[in-house]
Design a protein around this ligand. Structure first.
Ligand SMILES: CC(C)(COP(=O)(O)OP(=O)(O)OC[C@H]1O[C@@H](n2cnc3c(N)ncnc32)[C@H](O)[C@@H]1OP(=O)(O)O)[C@@H](O)C(=O)NCCC(=O)NCCS
Length: 183
């Protein structure tokens, strides 16, 4: 039977019971979704040649693509994709083998390449390109292609980061209620 959440070589996505995964999203293989995470329409996430972890209360918005790089002699860990807690991934982002800390906003259409590290409390502007292995320092806004540090985050922006995640937790709870009522 085909399903949108499926195993690859015997490893099935591991979903905490409070998560929301839209029925049009595709999750394959070694993917861990922690409590209250949400995956929105048309997301494609492939945990086949390495693992993907998505933290508590984080959301991956519509059309985003998540993939990883396999282990090799030159790179024994490969590049897993690790997303921390309270992270907002905007629509149509492309995340490949990178590491994202807690309370981060990845703008719509941003592209993050292998080995990139986004520290805690960062905003990556819409449409930005984060090159391989680049480290984005905690507390700053980055924009552009390739991205550059633009300025420190304001207090309001810092406060917005967990708020954005919380908005999506409340939204996915409404979607879960709709699903229960229609089943
Ligand atoms: C970067 C961002 C946070 C705005 O930051 P800001 O400092 O308030 O920016 P401003 O609107 O004051 O613009 C400042 C300059 O940055 C430019 N700019 C704004 N957003 C930009 C972006 N994403 N990439 C490149 N340049 C950008 C503006 O054109 C302006 O340039 P100028 O000074 O030459 O006129 C916002 O534009 C953004 O990208 N937010 C992401 C939203 C998102 O994708 N959310 C997820 C889905 S809900």
């Amino acid at each position: 039977m085909s399903t949108n959440v499926r195993a690859y070589q015997g490893i099935h996505p591991d979903l905490a019971d409070s998560v929301y995964v839209d029925e049009s999203a595709v999750l394959v293989g070694d993917i861990k979704l922690d409590h209250d995470a949400s995956i929105w329409p048309l997301v494609a996430a492939r945990g086949d040649v390495n693992k993907i972890c998505i933290g508590k209360r984080s959301n991956v918005q519509d059309g985003s693509i998540l993939h990883v790089t396999r282990k090799s002699l030159a790179n024994p860990d490969g590049h897993p994709l690790i997303i921390g807690d309270d992270v907002t991934i905007g629509h149509k982002a492309m995340l490949h083998g990178c590491k994202i800390g807690h309370r981060v906003l990845i703008g719509m259409g941003a592209i993050l390449l292998d080995g990139a590290v986004v520290e805690d409390d960062v905003i990556v502007g819409a449409g930005s390109l984060v090159p391989p292995n680049k480290v984005l320092q905690s507390g700053f806004l980055y924009v552009g292609s390739p991205c550059k540090q633009a300025r420190p985050l304001t207090e309001a922006e810092r406060a917005f980061l967990p708020q954005s995640a919380d908005n999506y937790v409340r939204l996915k709870n409404e979607y879960l209620v709709d699903l229960q009522q229609s089943s």
